[in-house]
Write a protein of this length. Structure first.
Length: 277
């Protein structure tokens, strides 16, 4: 359309004509008509671009500027940011599911920073389908746990074999004695949800929550996946009402977050099950 801005612009004084953006673009919508000219959008590029930012990220001089992304406001990568495979391996192996939390509340600012990190998780077609809902009010968290217990009691009556296999009788009995094994009295719960119609929402939420869990210890926090909460939220209408997700959204995962009560001193042994072909 006449007058429409191009998908991106290139500063000819900075461009090295090295074709890195052309080669790196996953949608193959950047072209160079000659070795002397700067890259330009291919026909229909505006409709095909997934706004992943690879072209901006790969350009060593910051010559390419997307309409949606200015290289000058993007943080520059530093070579010393990579801690090395040994450190990363030890850090990943030291991950623990935290079920004993201190009573200290988790600062909203800190939760926000962790979620911002998780927002960089990959998603199908760079659709970025993940939305977040965070609970930090202790009374609301208790109400959520109580609703999950109500669902378990319903399951015991209506799907007794499943309830027995998942030890719902023990969990609901523990609740009667003031023991919460649904949310473990966590000071915060983070929900990841997306539009029901988005085919990438489920995988996107799972991957993003995984990023959140990995990032949390570096902020001094611990996490545990809220499996029962997520399961119940898929079918139990009273719980759905308490969670208050946007219309048309489905919760695909939940994370219990707080300050760990205990410190771990060693890494338990685990074996990887690999089937080489």
């Amino acid at each position: 359309m006449e007058g429409t801005m191009p998908l991106f612009t290139v500063d000819s004084t900075k461009c090295l004509r090295d074709k890195l953006c052309v080669k790196e673009c996953p949608m193959q919508i950047i072209i160079m008509k000659s070795a002397e000219e700067t890259p330009v959008p291919a026909p229909m590029a505006e409709k095909i671009c997934i706004d992943c930012g690879h072209c901006v990220a790969v350009c060593p001089t910051g010559a390419l500027k997307l309409n949606s992304m200015d290289p000058d406001v993007c943080e520059a990568l530093q070579s010393d940011w990579n801690p090395g495979h040994e450190t990363i391996s030890k850090y990943m192996k030291s991950r623990r599911s935290i079920r004993k939390f201190k009573k200290n509340p988790v600062e909203k600012e800190k939760l926000g920073e962790i979620i911002k990190v998780a927002a960089y998780a990959p998603s199908g077609h760079n659709s970025r389908p993940v939305n977040w809902t965070v609970f930090t009010d202790s009374e609301k968290i208790k109400e959520i746990a109580a609703s999950v217990i109500s669902w378990m009691n319903w399951m015991k009556e209506n799907q007794p074999e499943v309830a027995k296999a998942m030890h719902f009788d023990m969990i609901t009995k523990a609740w009667e004695f003031g023991i919460d094994v649904v949310t473990y009295n966590s000071p915060a719960i983070v929900l990841a949800h997306g539009a029901k119609k988005n085919p990438h929402a489920q995988s996107g939420c799972t991957i993003a929550l995984s990023h959140l869990e990995v990032a949390a210890p570096s902020f001094g926090l611990g996490c545990c996946w809220g499996g029962f909460l997520t399961w119940a939220a898929g079918t139990w209408e009273p719980l759905k009402e308490k969670l208050g997700l946007p219309e048309g959204h489905v919760m695909h995962g939940s994370m219990l977050v707080g300050y760990p009560q205990f410190r771990y001193h060693r890494i338990p042994v685990r074996e990887a099950k690999i089937n080489w072909k």
